[in-house]
Design a protein around this ligand. Structure first.
Ligand code: N2P
Length: 388
């Protein structure tokens, strides 16, 4: 809040009426004018605190930014929207940039937890893919893209080690729809023998189960959640690990053979396995039954202390060469089309990640849920995990 706004809000309050409010408003105007002309930017401490998803940045992204700007980046990570949301809700996160998925950011915008962006300060804003900006606006109800800019995006799917899966299935043929591997016990019970991981969040697992049952993945009907929980109860004995991050290496080193997971993370496992040269293969499948897309973003918390540095980071991130550095490492779909030709050919050809044409038609966006339904889903997900 700026000085003028503070004075405005105090002045609007009944008991601050009359001459005193006038004085405060005048003071606000003076301070406001001061803020507008003072070189506040130059005075900002050379620090930037970022809270982003794990396994989501290039090898040199931070180091190069620090070298160029002299700004020290403190980079913390999470692997679920729930953790970030709880922090934002309790306030004083200490972060200048956070990375909510768009459908969670919708609730954070509604809760006044995020700052309206001054896009004129993001010098590379023009590099952003208009299709993706439209998807972000829809998923977060952020008309005009006022609060969010994109990080990376992808879809929730099934990743497999084809050799191990074939061996585990034996005489059972690969199913037509990859989701059968997860939701049909005759498949999941065999995959258990070579290791089956499931994302550690109801935000991805329930929509997949609901959609498999032919229901809206983001249904508002409690009965639908019970039906999905019944389906998941049959999967539970065959899950060997719940993970939203360590499954990447587990796929890459062959210690699991299948995962309900994020396609870009699976793509990263594909690359890590290739680089390790131990003959492990990993593939992100594109299920016929469709996938839910996630759109991860950058946003500035309302109480951020280093806002100018945040804009510098955003401006830097959307340079094509910086984007390519990120994508080459984390194998995710990205928001800057001019970076495509800079991404290594072997990364661009990782299967199941950089979806196009027909494949896009089977994708649906994740959605925000009202609190009561979210509570039902969270309770049922906890019960699923504990096997009750
Ligand atoms: C992070 C993968 C994407 C997170 N490693 C899903 N929002």
């Amino acid at each position: 809040m700026q000085a003028g706004q503070i004075a405005g809000s105090i002045g609007a309050h009944g008991r601050w009426g009359g001459r005193f409010a006038g004085l405060v408003l005048a003071l606000g105007a003076v301070l406001g004018a001061g803020l507008a002309t003072a070189p506040a930017v130059a005075d900002e401490e050379k620090v930037l605190n970022i809270y982003n998803w794990s396994d989501y940045i290039g090898d040199n992204t931070i180091r190069d930014f620090e070298k160029e700007t002299g700004i020290k980046v403190v980079y913390d990570t999470f692997d679920g929207n729930e953790a970030l949301h709880a922090k934002l809700r309790s306030g004083h996160t200490g972060y200048d940039i956070v990375g909510p998925s768009a459908h969670w950011a919708k609730r954070q915008i509604e809760g006044h937890l995020l700052l309206k962006l001054d896009k004129s300060k993001i010098t590379t804003y023009g590099n952003l893919d208009p299709w993706l900006m439209g998807q972000l606006a829809k998923a977060a109800n952020d008309t005009g893209n006022e609060y969010l800019v994109p990080w990376l995006w992808g879809a929730t799917t099934v990743g497999i080690n084809p050799d191990k899966v074939k061996a585990a299935l034996g005489n059972l043929p690969m199913p037509d729809d990859a989701w059968d591997l997860i939701f049909k016990p005759e498949y999941s019970s065999r995959l258990k023998t070579c290791g089956l991981s499931v994302l550690d969040t109801g935000d991805d697992v329930f929509p997949a189960a609901l959609r498999y049952l032919g229901k809206n993945g983001f249904s508002r009907d409690r009965a639908d959640y019970q039906a999905a929980a019944d389906l998941l109860a049959k999967l539970r004995p065959n899950v060997t690990m719940f993970s939203s991050s360590s499954y990447i290496n587990a796929l890459a080193d062959g210690s699991i053979c299948a995962a309900l997971a994020w396609n870009g993370d699976i793509g990263m496992a594909t690359q890590r396995a290739k680089q390790a040269k131990r003959g492990v293969k990993v593939v992100a499948l594109v299920p016929k039954g469709g996938e839910f897309m996630y759109f991860d973003t950058m946003a500035i918390p309302v109480d951020a202390k280093h806002i100018e540095n945040a804009y510098k980071w955003m401006s830097y991130i959307y340079r094509p060469e910086v984007q390519a550095g990120i994508v080459n490492k984390v194998v995710h779909a990205n928001p800057v089309r001019a970076a495509d030709k800079l991404v290594n050919a072997d990364v661009r050809s990782v299967p199941g990640v950089f979806l196009k044409g027909d494949e896009l038609a089977h994708l649906a966006p994740q959605e925000a849920l009202p609190d009561d339904i979210l509570r039902v889903r969270t309770r049922l997900f906890t019960a699923f995990k504990s096997g009750q």
